[in-house]
Design a protein around this ligand. Structure first.
Ligand SMILES: NC(=O)c1ccc[n+]([C@@H]2O[C@H](COP(=O)([O-])OP(=O)(O)OC[C@H]3O[C@@H](n4cnc5c(N)ncnc54)[C@H](OP(=O)(O)O)[C@@H]3O)[C@@H](O)[C@H]2O)c1
Length: 291
């Protein structure tokens, strides 16, 4: 039996991790969410009969709530944890379309969003990892994975002049260094830390999809709330998609959560300290090819 904790398990990729991992009744799967009652209801409706799922409630920026989730996890697993998947993240729309210089025209807003991104996508995961380490050290799997983004690849940003989503990308780049620092400390204890980008995945954020673009796709990493994109946003999105297609001519648009999560889980399974993967920043292909 293997035990898993997934943060942000209420929807999107986190829900799909919960779904795929709990489909094996030998796994014990713990989802950390912000609304326990709503997620338990969803589990009862969509994954009924899966008694190997436990839902715990914590906003990952709330240290005490995460600490309690660790205690509750230990009670469910008997004091250890095999795999931690830090999937939850703040994905704002505000910085998606404008370059960093334009964001700077509203300095208070920039400061607010920057702090919230760093707090949620990097600092909260530092606390999450530290709090779960005693359980991970007692586990058999000893793998800790954050869901990161290819948008944090400095070469990709430079080569394709990717000027959108600056603050989000900075928060993911910071988290990549968190992965490396935890690897530096815990490699000798046999714990593997990884950052894996799931590819571009349609988790259903935009209502209208990207149907006005040449390639019809629902472009979701770029959008955090369910709403209709403005014509200006669609135009900016179109430019970015063109850059992506230059980078990866085979790229036809976002994948679905099912394929993405399968691919990410396969990278987690295949990666090891012995293979030299400690602290690695990889795509869902297990390489540096992001799309
Ligand atoms: N989709 C993509 O194309 C893509 C590409 C690259 C990387 N990623 C990464 O994949 C991960 C999952 O994103 P997604 O695409 O599945 O987006 P999503 O559907 O918006 O899911 C984000 C999840 O994070 C949770 N969350 C946000 N802030 C939180 C907090 N303070 N405490 C606890 N939970 C919090 C949300 O909880 P609520 O349900 O309570 O709001 C939600 O469950 C993220 O790390 C994202 O950066 C996604």
């Amino acid at each position: 039996m293997s035990s898993y904790v997934i943060t942000g398990a209420a929807r999107g990729l986190g829900w799909e991790f919960l779904n795929q991992l709990s489909s094996d009744s030998k796994n014990r799967v713990i989802g950390i969410v912000r609304n326990k009652a709503a997620t338990e209801k969803k589990v009862a409706e969509e994954l009924s009969g899966r008694s190997n799922i436990t839902v715990l409630e914590a906003d990952i920026t709330n240290y005490d709530a995460v600490k309690k989730a660790v205690t509750d996890t230990a009670a469910v697993t008997g004091g250890s944890l095999d795999y931690l998947i830090a999937n939850a993240a703040y994905l704002p729309t505000w910085d998606q379309y404008s370059p960093i210089g334009v964001l700077g025209e509203t300095p208070e807003k920039l400061t607010y969003e920057f702090n919230k991104l760093l707090e949620t996508n990097a600092l909260a995961n530092i606390h999450l990892y530290n709090l779960f380490m005693p359980l991970i050290l007692k586990g058999k799997g000893k793998k800790v994975t954050v869901i990161t983004s290819g948008m944090a690849d400095q070469d990709l940003v430079n080569d394709y002049e990717l000027d959108g989503a600056a603050l989000y990308a900075i928060s993911k780049a910071a988290m990549n260094m968190v992965t490396a620092k935890f690897n530096a400390q815990y490699k000798n204890d046999g714990v593997l830390f990884l950052g894996i980008c799931p590819g571009m995945v349609d988790v259903g954020h935009f209502n209208n999809g990207m149907n006005n673009l040449d390639i019809s796709l629902t472009f979701t990493e770029w959008t955090a709330d369910s709403r209709t994109a403005t014509p200006e946003e669609l135009a900016k999105l179109g430019q970015t998609v063109e850059k992506f297609q230059k980078y990866a001519p085979h790229f036809k648009g976002p994948d679905n959560p099912e394929n993405s999560v399968k691919a990410v889980l396969s990278v987690i399974r295949k990666s090891s300290l012995e293979n030299g993967d400690g602290g690695a920043y990889l795509s869902h292909f297990g390489t540096k090819q992001w799309l």
